[in-house]
Design a protein around this ligand. Structure first.
Ligand SMILES: C[S@@+](CC[C@H](N)C(=O)[O-])C[C@H]1O[C@@H](n2cnc3c(N)ncnc32)[C@H](O)[C@@H]1O
Length: 101
């Protein structure tokens, strides 16, 4: 992420995140600085095929890392006072965050 530099802070209107789910929390910490207040960060796959709501023992093992990462990420966003968010059922789950601080 070579564009994560102090000179770029607060200069983006929008970011779409669709890479490795285990790093979503790390990406969020970097991107929240780059997106301006009022800007949007949209995270894909945050319902993980609905498996975020399944009991862990019902989730096939190969789906668990993604499920656990999505749960951790959504909890992090819920507790992040820098954003307001809507976790939507569009596609595989889009968590739409608006930076407010
Ligand atoms: C589901 S695809 C996203 C496709 C993208 N939204 C698009 O429309 O082209 C996931 C992408 O994340 C990338 N990716 C996976 N792990 C990554 C990592 N650790 N760092 C950076 N990119 C990663 C993959 O190479 C892949 O391109």
């Amino acid at each position: 992420m070579c564009w994560v530099q102090p000179a770029n802070e607060g200069s983006y209107d929008f970011a779409f995140i669709d890479a490795d789910k285990e790093n979503y929390v790390n990406y969020h910490e970097k991107l929240i600085k780059l997106v301006k207040i009022g800007g949007l960060l949209v995270y894909d796959n945050t319902l993980w095929g609905g498996r975020v709501s399944w009991p862990e023992d019902k989730v096939p093992p190969h789906f668990r890392p993604g499920r656990d990462a999505a749960i951790e990420f959504n909890k992090t966003i819920t507790n992040d006072s820098r954003v307001e968010f809507a976790l939507t059922s569009v596609g595989d789950g889009l968590n739409i965050c608006r930076r407010i601080a």
